[in-house]
Design a protein around this ligand. Sequence first.
Ligand SMILES: [Zn+2]
Length: 354
Amino acid sequence: MQITINQPRVIEFLTGLLNTPSPTGYHQEAIAYVRQALEGLELPGLSLQTNHKGALIATLAGESDTAPRALSAHVDTLGAMVREVKSNGRLLLTQLGGYAWNSVEGEGVTVICVGDGQRYRGTVQTINPSVHTSLQAREGKREDERMEVRLDARVASKEETLGLGIDVGDFVCFDPRVEVTETGFIKSRHLDDKAAVAILYGALLALKEHGLTPTQRTTFFFSNYEEVGHGASTGIPADVVEMIAIDMAASTTGEHQNSDEYSVGICAKDSSGPYDLDVRRKLVRLAQAHAIPYKIDTYPHYGSDGSAYLRAGADVRVGLIGPGVDASHGYERTHYDSLEATTQLVVRYLLDKE
Ligand SMILES: [Zn+2]
């Protein structure tokens, strides 16, 4: 049977999610967005709950629950937090998640004041941003103490910035700059891992539109602390025997990677070690059986919600798949073909009898 993925609705969902700020620790808006979209599916057998930590757990009844499964994707993204309100009124940052400062240099930001919810605009730049005034504009190292946020407010002192309501601990969200091109590319920050959240949405939508039920009871786990390492460490039902983390395949070409932006990446190993071989073989079997383009790959500097769950002590077989993302943790890009391939594989996995 042919499964069609509803491309316009997946792209619409993804664009909305990308435009919802969710740096790790500030996940409430994004979790609410996903929850509302899943409720809107009115999918029979789907129940939704959140755990104390704030993750969204969607449980879909299957034909059986002899060997329940789980799929995960994370809504939290890279971002920053205010570390100091400086004497010049600008903001020193501390990173949320791991990235190179040069990948956000010059980027627009929104500062979310934790105190009163106020939002301010600004720009991340070095402390010597102008080539006309300092050689350091080109040569200065991009490191914590040399980066700051210039606020779009008339402030020139610590007191004036504090007066706006901005303080240490406030969240700083980088502009995603979402662009969907006519050639099928999707460019945005935080495709890691919002593309995967959209893939799970697309898979559930496909089940609904085709009137299909998964073989096993399946937990769709939307985690909120993946970028800092403990996303899915708790919250997945203890009777789950198999978990597939959906996270981006870091596909930048020319860097010894095998993934690309037009296929689903099946991860054999990352920095946490090899993923389960039986699960990998199953995923490859399904991709081959349904003519889904796939690439096996390894990621040297990478971990996933699957590794988080294993490290927490879970006795479970874990696999990892995802869309190919170029320039991961930078201004990322993927192609719709990769979303399609990954969604197709997720649907085939849900329907698989073995
Ligand atoms: Zn990720």
